[in-house]
Write a new protein. Structure first.
Length: 283
C-alpha cells in the first residue's frame, strides 16, 4: 500500500511517538511492504522551521528519520495530469492514469524552482533540503501570499449573486492551470478540451477533486478559509494515487463528499487518523 499522512500526523509520529513511535511505524511499513508517500507540500511544511535558527537541526533530524523509511515521492499532480490530458486529447486517445512517483525529492521539484541537478543523486533527503534551502532562503517561508489570495477568491465567489454552474466555471480553472504551468493553451479548443476532462472525472482526477473540494468549501459560507487549506488542497490531490490518506476532520468531510459526487469512489481511502490507517493496513 501507498500511505500518505497529513503533515500533522507525520510530525506526531516523529516528535511525539503518537499514536506510535517512528520505529514502530517503519516496522509496520516494512512488514506489510507498504510505502510512505511524500509530496512537496508535506516536505515543505516539515522544513519550514528551518528559517528559525534554533530549529534547523531538528528539521534535519526529522528528515533523516523519514529517509530511512520505505518512502516514495509524488510529483505535482496538476501539471502531470494536464500534460497527459493534452497528449491524449490531441492524439484522440483515451486518458490513461499517470504514474506520478519518483525515488528522489529533487525529481519532484517544479521546473521553475531550484534546479534539480546531478549533485543530488547521492544526497539523502536532509542534505538535499538543506542544500536547496541555502540556495534560496525563501524556499520554506510559507504560503502567506496564497493564503491571502485564497480568502479573497472565496470571498469574491461567495459574493456572486448568480454564480456559474461548476461545469461552466471549470474551463476557467483549466485555463488558469495551463497558463500557470506554461503549457500550450488550446485557445480554439479550450472549451472542448475542458468539457472533455469534465465529462469523465477519471480524466485528471486530482484536478477534479481539488475543484470539487474548493466548491464544497465555497458553498459552506460559515466556514472561513484557514491557513492550512492551501496545503490540504495539495494533500487532497494525492487521493487518486494512494491507497490510504489522513486528513483533518473538516477537509476529510469535503473530500469524501467530492468523491461521492463525482463517483470516483475514493472515499474509503480517507482516514481520520493514523490509528485507522494502521488498522486497515494490517488486514
Amino acid at each position: 500500500m501507498k500511505i500518505y499522512l497529513d503533515t500533522k500526523d507525520l510530525i506526531n509520529i516523529l516528535e511525539k511517538s503518537e499514536p506510535c513511535s517512528s520505529d514502530a511505524f517503519e516496522e509496520k511499513l516494512r512488514v506489510n511492504c507498504h510505502e510512505l508517500v511524500l509530496s512537496y507540500s508535506n516536505i515543505f511544511e516539515l522544513s519550514r522551521p528551518m528559517n528559525e535558527r534554533r530549529t534547523s537541526t531538528i528539521v534535519t533530524k526529522l528528515l533523516s528519520r523519514i529517509d530511512r523509511m520505505p518512502r516514495v515521492f509524488i510529483r505535482d499532480l496538476v501539471i502531470t495530469e494536464l500534460e497527459q490530458a493534452l497528449e491524449t486529447f490531441y492524439g484522440e486517445r483515451e486518458y490513461c492514469q499517470i504514474s506520478p512517483f519518483a525515488h528522489r525529492f529533487d525529481e519532484i521539484i517544479d521546473s521553475d524552482g531550484p534546479p534539480a541537478t546531478r549533485i543530488f543523486l547521492n544526497f539523502g533527503l536532509a542534505e538535499t533540503i538543506f542544500t536547496l534551502w541555502t540556495k534560496d532562503l525563501s524556499l520554506f517561508r510559507g504560503y502567506h501570499t496564497q493564503r491571502t489570495l485564497l480568502r479573497e477568491v472565496v470571498g469574491q465567489d461567495r459574493d456572486l449573486s448568480m454564480p456559474p454552474s461548476l461545469s461552466e466555471h471549470f474551463p476557467k480553472v483549466i485555463l488558469r492551470h495551463l497558463k500557470l504551468y506554461k503549457l500550450p493553451v488550446p485557445s480554439e479548443r479550450l472549451k472542448e478540451f475542458s468539457e472533455w476532462i469534465y465529462a469523465n472525472p477519471a480524466r485528471c482526477p486530482s484536478i477534479r477533486l481539488q475543484f470539487e473540494v474548493y466548491h464544497k468549501l465555497r458553498k459552506n459560507v460559515e466556514d472561513i478559509p484557514k491557513d492550512g487549506d492551501i496545503s490540504d488542497f495539495s494533500h487532497v490531490s494525492c487521493i487518486p494515487y494512494i491507497d490510504l490518506i489522513t486528513l483533518d476532520r473538516r477537509m476529510a468531510s469535503y473530500a469524501k463528499q467530492a468523491c461521492v459526487v463525482t463517483g470516483l469512489g475514493y472515499e474509503n481511502r480517507i482516514c481520520q487518523d493514523v490509528k485507522e490507517v494502521l488498522g486497515i493496513s494490517s488486514r
